[in-house]
Design a protein. Structure first.
Length: 334
């Protein structure tokens, strides 16, 4: 009976998530993209990238800075691997008619109220990207996608109850304390592990495309090592009193809760419509404005910020100025 429960608990959780996954429906194949001549109305380059890729990253920072330059609010001057950012506006923030995330980036850059500051991409781009993502997620809410966190919460609760039952099957003098420890572990991995997975997705994609710098790979390894450390701590604490099968069952349920989060995410109908619009706009940038963007891609030309260039960065328009500016601003995002 004990062995049946050891195997059955993770299998029941797996069956639960499989049922939920198919009941939510799989993402349908998008229809053919019709060219769009403008970005979605009211959406900044950073918000377009979040809708398109689901993340705010260093390329989002480059797009925001390019948009602020296009609005003549800041100027950038490269000095070695850092940039001198000069403020070209006098009124206090928030500035009217400026996306909230760009106002927040201005506050991030000029927190000391000076007219100019030094921006170090290798140290500050990730923090700036986190600020951008936090603002965008708060503004957009669940209007364009649904994470179905309630289903994951039920899975986490069921996992905690099953884990407590597994520990009670092999009662030890430390069962009460271990039960609290395991419950916190499962819940924390589901919460913070989901955040880590979201941060790792663009890194994995860039590694596959061969565009990820060593520094970002190193950060990814640190993040994975931090998560692995918690599994080692739990295994070490439980190893003296419980069998490896019990520990494996607890780990299996923990990983299922973690993996389920991105798999249960679904775009809303409005989110799907916006994605089609964004893909159409990207197709327009590549097909129609290619020559103009390529001319600006020449390193000897003065860097310009007019037109749709911030969106070219956000939408990864290859063979175009989007790549050049991303490399100019942040070598790690090219």
């Amino acid at each position: 009976m004990t062995n049946v429960f050891l195997v059955g608990a993770p299998l029941l959780l797996l069956a639960y998530y499989v049922i939920v996954f198919f009941s939510l429906g799989t993402e349908s194949t998008p229809p053919p993209v019709a060219p769009q001549y403008e970005p979605p109305s009211g959406f900044s380059p950073a918000s377009v990238r979040l809708l398109w890729r689901g993340v705010a990253d260093a390329r989002s920072v480059a797009a925001v800075l390019a948009d602020l330059c296009a609005r003549r609010l800041i100027s950038l001057e490269k000095k070695s691997s850092k940039y001198t950012v000069k403020r070209m506006y006098s009124q206090p923030t928030p500035l009217p008619d400026l996306p909230r995330e760009e106002n927040v980036v201005l506050d991030f850059l000029f927190a000391n109220f000076y007219q100019e500051t030094v921006f170090d991409p290798s140290r500050q781009s990730q923090g700036c990207a986190s600020v951008i993502q936090g603002v965008l997620l708060k503004n957009m809410g669940s209007r364009y996608w649904n994470s179905h966190a309630g289903y994951v919460a039920i899975g986490v609760l069921g996992s905690c109850i099953a884990a407590l039952a597994l520990l009670l099957l092999r009662s030890s003098p430390h069962t009460a304390m271990d039960s609290i420890f395991v419950t916190v572990f499962i819940a924390a991995i589901a919460l913070f592990g989901g955040i880590a997975l979201q941060a790792l997705q663009p890194l994995v994609r860039d590694i596959r495309q061969g565009t990820c710098s060593f520094g970002r790979i190193f950060l990814m390894l640190l993040l994975l090592g931090f998560l692995a450390m918690w599994f080692v701590l739990v295994a070490t604490r439980l190893g003296a009193d419980y069998s490896s099968i019990i520990i494996s069952a607890i780990f299996a349920m923990t990983l299922l809760n973690l993996i389920a989060q991105p798999l249960l995410r679904r775009d809303t109908e409005e989110g799907k419509r916006l994605k089609r619009h964004i893909e159409g706009f990207r197709a327009f940038l590549i097909a129609v404005e290619q020559d103009q963007l390529d001319r600006m891609n020449r390193p000897k030309n003065e860097i310009g910020y007019a037109g749709h260039l911030p969106y070219a960065i956000a939408l990864e328009v290859k063979e175009a100025w989007g790549d050049h500016l991303a490399n100019e601003l942040f070598p790690s995002v090219g």
